[in-house]
Every structure is written in structure tokens, then in C-alpha cells.
Design a protein around this ligand. Structure first.
Ligand code: SF4
Length: 359
């Protein structure tokens, strides 16, 4: 990190602010980086940075979680999932508690591990919980391709993959957004491309900046947004050109399209958004865990004391939740935003708790 560059960026941001501005970092990895680098404390209070719906674990609906938990109770079924999912509360229990009660739930780092397990233990059914955005979708798609090539009939995916542009439309579409700009996710943009997000400026007249996860990346994006917002200009700029191209990654997109088709999806905070999810294509139904193991949990209301939905919409910051840091903490999380490594509540708890507690 070049200290001179950082100081110069901070100076330019501060000197360009002529009115209070509210910017949303859509991506959970940005939320964590902002907390880790102490970016809020480097800037001025007139510049508010709020989190958005960009943590895939956090936006997974309680109903989907309850389905995953019911799946883990099916005889002969092994659940393979990213570690973060284990501790996310469903309406009554978690995958971790189900594991303690005897369910076969295994944490994996990639879907390929799950395919390998399925190859090695053909007497069990392996279900990979496909939670993610366009960034994770290619690896999940490839795992299905591999399972098909290997002729495995004991591997399937419970797809909760969601697509980011649909969430942005839902977020901005109501016309009630109080945002002055969006920091767009670098990883998702590497797959879908900068151009795919032009609608943020052309349709909603909102400045947006695609960027990476280093301090200077984020400050560069903030500066671009502040400059545009103060001039009432709107464009989607690419502050991460070493990774993000106009058209994204055509190979990754082709792989996604080969395996998945758009479908309606339920988002925590945003509700049901048409065509905002990715389901396995009809010709791959044997790998679709939702069809292979249909389970219908009760539709139980979410814990009303947990305000993850408001956090994900940028309506409040985590310390505004009455449970933050007291009843809800990383050892005893009440909602997904405190569990996930990309969750806003977890990031605030880890990096900005002192400030939060004094608020
Ligand atoms: S602090 Fe806990 S209960 Fe409150 S919104 Fe965050 S995760 Fe939910």
C-alpha cells in the first residue's frame, strides 16, 4: 500500500464532498474490507457507507434454510456445504445442530470436494448446497458437468444461486432508494462484465463503480462516486480494469448457461424476485436436489427481532439492531449477517465494535 496514494485519495474525496452522501457497497467482501481497513474512520461522517444484498449466505431465505435442514435429515443423504452455512439459523435449528444430532453434514471448500466424496462413497447421496452469486456459479456448474461425465447418480445440487443485476433492479426499482452511488462487486463483475451493469446509470441515473478489495481500490471507487454524485452525473465506471472486462468472462458465462436456467428466487430482505435465481436446466434434473428430494417445511415467520433484512437493504447499520453485540454475537448468532464471513454484522462486530457500542 502506498501511503501517499492513500492520503491523496482521502484528501480528494473529502475536498469533493459538498453534501451528505450515502454510498452502498453491494458486495459482502467489500463490507469486510471497509471494516478491516477502517475506511469509515478515514473519511468524513458526511459520507455514509452502507451494506447491500451482496452476501450470498445472508440473502438466503429462511425457507431455503429450512429446506436444507430437512434435507440433512433424509436417510442416506450427506450434505456438503461451505462452512458458513453450518451455523446460519433456520426457523428452529441449524445444520450444525443437525450434525451434532447425527446428520451427515460436511463442510467443504469447493463443490469438487463433494463430487469426489460422491465418487468414493457411492452408497450415499451427496447434496451440495449451491449458495452464491455469479462468482460461485461456474464452479457449481462444473461440478455438475463432472458428475455427469463420471456417470454419478449420487450427486446433486440444491441451487440457491442468485444473480446480482436482478437484486439491483429490485433494490432500486421501488424509487425509494436514498442512495447516491453503488460500489459494485469486483468478483461478480469479472464474470458478468462492467457493461452488464450499465443499467444502474442509464435506468436509475445512479453513479456506480466496479472495484477490487484493496484499500486503494475502494477509495478510488469512492472518489469516482463522490465526483459523479456532486456533479449529478451517472455512469458505471470500471476501477478494477486488471480483472474486470467490458463483457466479463465469456467462458464462465457459457458454463453457467450450459448448466443453469434463470428461475424465480426468494431473497432475505428483498422477497421473491422473478428470474433472479439459477436452477438446473431441465435436461439436468437428475442433478437437481430440489426435484430429487422434494421437502416442504412449514413457512415459519422470521425472527422479528433480527434485522438482517433491513441491514441487507442498507436501511440500518448493524449497531442499529437491538441485539447487536449482546444477544447476537459471533458465538451465538441470531441471524446470517452475524454468521457469514461476508456478513455486515460480523464485519462490524469484528472491526468496528468499539465505535458501534458508543453509538
Ligand atoms: S445483529 Fe444479529 S440479530 Fe441483529 S441484524 Fe445482525 S445478525 Fe440479525
Amino acid at each position: 500500500m502506498n501511503e501517499q496514494t492513500v492520503s491523496a485519495l482521502i484528501h480528494r474525496i473529502k475536498s469533493n464532498i459538498t453534501q451528505p452522501l450515502r454510498l452502498m457497497e453491494v458486495c459482502g467482501t467489500h463490507t469486510t474490507a471497509i471494516g478491516r481497513c477502517g475506511i469509515r474512520s478515514l473519511l468524513t461522517p458526511e459520507l455514509e457507507l452502507v451494506s447491500g444484498p451482496g452476501c450470498p449466505v445472508c440473502v438466503t431465505s429462511q425457507y431455503d434454510l429450512d429446506q436444507m435442514i430437512m434435507l440433512s435429515r433424509q436417510p442416506g443423504v450427506t450434505i456438503a456445504t461451505f462452512g458458513d452455512m453450518l451455523r446460519v439459523p433456520g426457523s428452529e435449528t441449524t445444520l450444525e445442530l443437525e450434525k451434532a444430532a447425527g446428520a451427515d453434514v460436511r463442510a467443504v471448500y469447493s463443490p469438487f470436494e463433494a463430487v469426489k466424496m460422491a465418487q468414493q462413497e457411492q452408497d450415499r447421496q451427496f447434496v451440495f448446497l449451491g449458495v452464491g452469486f455469479e462468482t460461485t456459479a461456474p464452479a457449481i456448474a462444473m461440478s455438475v458437468e463432472l458428475a455427469r461425465q463420471y456417470g454419478l447418480d449420487n450427486y446433486s445440487v440444491f441451487s440457491c444461486v442468485k444473480t446480482m443485476p436482478a437484486a439491483l433492479h429490485a433494490l432500486l426499482g421501488g424509487g425509494k432508494s436514498s442512495l447516491h452511488g453503488l460500489i459494485l462487486p469486483g468478483h461478480v463483475s469479472a464474470v458478468i462484465g462492467r457493461k452488464a451493469q450499465d443499467f444502474v446509470a442509464s435506468h436509475y441515473h445512479l453513479p456506480a463503480a466496479v472495484t477490487g478489495f484493496e484499500l486503494t481500490d475502494i477509495l478510488t471507487a469512492v472518489l469516482a462516486l463522490v465526483e459523479m454524485a456532486t456533479k449529478d452525473e451517472a455512469a458505471v465506471v470500471n476501477c478494477y480494469p486488471s480483472v474486470v472486462r467490458e463483457e466479463g468472462n465469456p467462458q464462465a458465462r457459457a458454463l453457467i448457461e450450459k448448466v443453469f436456467a434463470p428461475s424465480d428466487a426468494n431473497w432475505r430482505g428483498l422477497g421473491l424476485i422473478e428470474q433472479s435465481g439459477l436452477s438446473l436446466r431441465r435436461e439436468l434434473t437428475q442433478f437437481d436436489a430440489r426435484l430429487r428430494f422434494p421437502v416442504t417445511p412449514q413457512d415459519t415467520p422470521e425472527n422479528s427481532a433480527c434485522r438482517c433484512a433491513n441491514v441487507l437493504l442498507g436501511e440500518i447499520t448493524p449497531p442499529d439492531c437491538a441485539l447487536f453485540g449482546s444477544k447476537c454475537n459471533p458465538l451465538s448468532p441470531e441471524g446470517p449477517c452475524m454468521v457469514s464471513s461476508e456478513g455486515a454484522c460480523a464485519a462490524y462486530f469484528r472491526y468496528e465494535r468499539k465505535k458501534a457500542v458508543t453509538l
